[in-house]
Design a protein around this ligand. Structure first.
Ligand code: ADP
Length: 498
């Protein structure tokens, strides 16, 4: 086991980090069957903050068996919709009670500023459980008029899809867990969730909260472990009815292949290369700070980050210098330092990936307007970066970087179809933002952009009621809102001859 070094600024999470936490399987907190653990790093320093269970196929088998029993024996179904909603609400209360502890865990594990975790990630996580608690009693079918001769009564019911496997990424560790768990549980499914190996801490703490809230054994199982072992075992498991995945498009394709064995249902929330489009009539102060936030929020580690910035040539210089100015003033530092505005990238691997994209951009002729460098020599800090003179064939503008790097490009079209064509020139289709003072233009452009979300004069606005997901290679299905229940329910049509 690696030696643990905790940050002296921790005020709430030291206790949890200091004790041996377990995965939640069949209602118990357990270590891996193999007895193995793996180290978890603080990305601000590269030091180890905990050793956590390395779950693999054997642990997945136990968790799936527990979830299968809880589903097949009707354990969760018998709780009933209203009481299920009440339990989800209880869990929200517990997350809220421990908000500071969980925000600290997110900060030391993922790198994000504590203050951001506290005001952004955590409240949304709480709200997700409260919003979905309300849905538990409202998942209904309909009665259907038949055109056949004779008399029939036909109706549909929405039933839970069964045992759900959920695999989540590291960019919003707790929030992603809550996005996935809350609707599946509201729908009456039982769940096996695997946290990302880079950021398992808040998921482990969440497992304890599920236990405290009194969820019946097997209904929720939370594992830590690696993608190639534990994740792959979930995706391929014959007793899992559905897999919900958030992560890279490459791994999304592997999930689809693994799911083919028993044709389990699949929903995917994958990568993006989202455009922020600034029209000449936009409120420029708003658009400049909005475009900066679109890429620099969460260090650009958002699947919907506004990583392609298109500004009309009449405002382009002002926009680029404005965004570059904001970038140069962002205070980069450890997430637990109260003055920090941007923390480190999540891992050494991510640091190498982002810096090699910047180098590749430079080599292929992009101009670094600001940033482009490492910050300090400890941890995984990268300066907020603006690239100019990028051409449509460059890797930096085609591929998802998943870091604080934006490619700025001027356009001189006034024709909305031509502007939309640029925005749509990507394999992805997750999100876009449009900045203009003209409502008509905004909505016309919104209808021409092929992505699951279009923001007008804003970016990165999330709410539990808003469906989120991608067109094209950004994924299958939608998370949140009423739409998410298509992921977690089967529709049954019942017809009676009268
Ligand atoms: P990133 O490249 O940003 O780390 P990934 O798509 O690799 O994102 O990871 C997202 C999640 O998918 C993580 O929980 C990871 O463990 C899991 N994962 C990675 N590879 C596989 C795989 N082959 N099968 C199932 N899950 C995987």
């Amino acid at each position: 086991m690696d030696t643990i070094a905790l940050d002296s600024r921790l005020r709430h999470a030291g206790g949890f980090l200091g004790r041996r936490s377990g995965m939640l399987i069949d209602g118990k907190l357990v270590q891996a069957v193999s007895g193995k653990t793996f180290p978890v790093y603080n990305p601000a320093t590269g030091t180890v903050i905990a050793n956590v269970p390395e779950g693999d196929k054997a642990d997945v088998d136990l968790a799936v068996a527990a979830a299968r029993r809880a589903f097949d024996d009707g354990v969760w179904a018998k709780v009933g919709p209203s009481a299920r909603g009440k339990m989800l609400w209880k869990l929200a209360d517990l997350i809220e009670r421990d908000l500071e502890e969980l925000a600290e865990l997110e900060s030391i594990d993922n790198g994000k500023p504590y203050a951001v975790a506290k005001v952004a990630d955590l409240p949304l996580a709480v709200d997700m459980f409260r919003y979905m608690a309300g849905w538990a009693t409202k998942i209904t079918g309909s009665t259907l008029p038949l055109s056949l001769p004779g008399e029939y009564l036909s109706y549909t019911v929405r039933e839970p899809v069964g045992v759900v496997g959920q695999i989540i990424p590291w960019n919003f560790p707790l929030l992603m867990a809550c996005w996935k768990l809350a609707p599946a549980l509201a729908a009456g499914c039982t769940v096996v969730l695997k946290a990302a190996e880079q950021t398992p801490m808040s998921a482990l703490r969440l497992g304890e909260l599920f236990q405290e809230a009194g969820f019946p054994p097997g209904v929720v199982n939370i594992l830590t472990g690696f993608g190639e072992t534990a994740g792959a075992a979930i995706a391929a498991h014959p007793d899992v009815d559905k897999v919900a995945f958030t992560g890279s498009t490459e791994v999304g394709k592997l999930i689809v292949q693994a799911a083919a064995g028993n044709l389990k249902k699949v929903s995917l929330e994958l990568g993006g290369k989202s455009p922020a489009i600034i029209l000449p009539d936009a409120d420029l102060d708003l658009a400049i700070s909005g475009a900066a936030n679109a890429i620099f929020f969460n260090h650009g580690q958002c699947c919907c980050a506004g990583s392609r910035l298109y500004a009309h040539k009449s405002v382009y210089d002002k926009v680029v210098s404005g965004v570059a100015d904001i970038a140069s003033k962002i205070k980069v530092g450890p997430g637990l330092d109260p003055s920090t505005e941007m923390g480190p990238l999540v891992s050494d691997e991510q640091f190498s990936r982002v810096t090699s994209y910047i180098e590749d951009g430079r080599r292929s002729g992009a101009h670094v307007a600001v940033g482009g460098n490492r910050v300090g020599n400890l941890g995984y800090f990268v300066a907020p970066t603006v690239l100019e003179k990028t051409t449509p064939d460059m890797k930096v503008i085609r591929e998802e970087i998943f870091g604080p790097v934006v490619c700025a490009t001027p356009f001189d079209d006034n024709d909305l179809d031509a502007i939309a064509k640029r925005a749509n020139d990507t394999i992805y289709g997750l999100a876009a933002s449009v900045w203009t003072a003209n409502g008509g233009t905004a909505h016309k452009l919104a209808s021409r952009i092929r992505s699951g979300t279009v923001w007008i004069n804003c970016h990165n606005v999330f709410d539990a009621s808003l469906p989120f997901g991608g067109y094209k290679q950004s994924g299958w299905g939608r998370e949140m809102g009423a739409e998410v229940f298509h992921n977690y329910t089967e529709v049954k049509a019942v017809t009676a001859a009268l």
